[in-house]
Design a binder for this molecule. Structure first.
Ligand code: HEC
Length: 125
């Protein structure tokens, strides 16, 4: 009896964790946002890559993402719609400058994670 109560108590949060992936209550830079950038952005936004050479935007760490391009920040904490990082991936800009450059847009789930992370303050979490 005691044993089964325990497994319910521990099993339920695990199930929620796995089924709730698309609708995270808190978006984490390290666990959610950075993996998206490693998948879709890093090939061009690292030293020697076309995106980095053109804009100075690096995606290797929280600090470099927050630093932005050679022209300035691309993240406005708490305001996704004012953040060019969000606008570029969400299709809020002309297709010719949408990111990832010249490729299919990232998924709506991935866009939602980036939006949520910025809206929640773009923290180093
Ligand atoms: C195939 C190469 C490529 C990929 C992949 C890519 N980029 Fe870029 N990125 C570029 C190039 C080239 C530029 C500079 C030209 C421009 O501004 O349109 C650029 C510029 C940028 C800029 C600066 C725009 C500005 O206003 O100056 C940001 C921010 C950016 N990319 C974010 C991203 C993000 C986020 C991803 C992943 C979702 C990504 N990029 C994926 C090539 C790429």
């Amino acid at each position: 009896m005691r044993r089964s109560m325990l497994s319910v108590a521990f099993g339920l949060p695990l199930v929620l964790l796995f089924t709730g992936c698309g609708k995270l209550s808190t978006a984490s830079f390290e666990n959610d946002v950075h993996p998206i950038m490693q998948k879709h952005c890093v090939e061009c936004h690292l030293p020697g890559g076309a995106g980095f050479e053109a804009s100075g935007f690096l995606v290797d760490s929280y600090a470099s993402v927050m630093k932005g391009t050679k022209f300035g920040p691309v993240v406005v904490s708490g305001d996704a719609l004012s953040s060019s990082l969000y606008r570029l991936v969400a299709g809020e800009v002309d297709a010719s400058i949408q990111m990832p450059h010249g490729k299919d847009p990232i998924s709506t789930e991935e866009i939602a994670v980036i939006e949520k992370w910025i809206e929640q303050g773009a923290r180093d979490n």
